[in-house]
Design a protein around this ligand. Sequence first.
Ligand code: FE2
Ligand code: FE2
Length: 274
Amino acid sequence: MKSIDALMHEHRVIERGLGVLEAVAERFERGENVPEEKVMVLLDFFRVFADLCHHGKEEGLLFPELEAKGIPKEGGPIEVMLYEHDEGRNLQRQMREAVSDLSGKANRQKFIAAARDYIALLRQHIWKEDNVLFKMAEQVLTEADDKRLAEHFERHEREHIGEGVHERYHYLIHELETEFVAGAKHRGEHHSEVVAKCAGEKVLDVRTIPPRERHPLIFQTFEALNPGESFILVNDHDPKPLYYEFHHERQGQFTWEYLEQGPEVWRVRIGKLG
Ligand SMILES: [Fe+2]
Ligand SMILES: [Fe+2]
């Protein structure tokens, strides 16, 4: 279901943010320094992405829809979820207060304690939504409800968060992971691919595919796009011949944007025009 999948996808991004927060808390516990502005950026991610964007969609759109479908607000999972969202905001406030002066030991301790509670709270909260509430939602929502909700989610982002902000936070978490979480930088994913995947854009890496199968596969991927959608092609040489093939066969129907041009890897965003 499109609307529920979108929320679950955001859960995965929030979990990555929690991983970064855990690494930051561990550094403080070891007595190491973390630049204050990095911590502020991370807290900003939780405030905007987790709260305004994600919890905003749940509280303002999904939960009312579920209530209308007969899932009671009081005495059930929705009440628990709302309470936990508030708890999370409390803990965020405590972390923000502590960050204002991290030179003192008391404030560091306060930050570590609030961070630990926040991580534990959100991890179990996300688990309950993924495995209980969202399962209930998938049973009571019709296809039409799902389509309407997904549209409202998009509008919520445009009106409350702003165009492109969501994607910027995906990128930011990737950068923070690279800096703070051990092993993250070895994942081998390029920024543009991480952002693309998070935004639901397909990445087609043809480097391990036999050359004669590449072009048919690329055209198949293109045909499967809806107008306005795109995918990122990853190749081990400049796909110029492919460009000419597109130009010849799909003139005026496609966009071609180089994201990286060698010397080892070429990345091109290929889009379908409406
Ligand atoms: Fe939630
Ligand atoms: Fe959630």
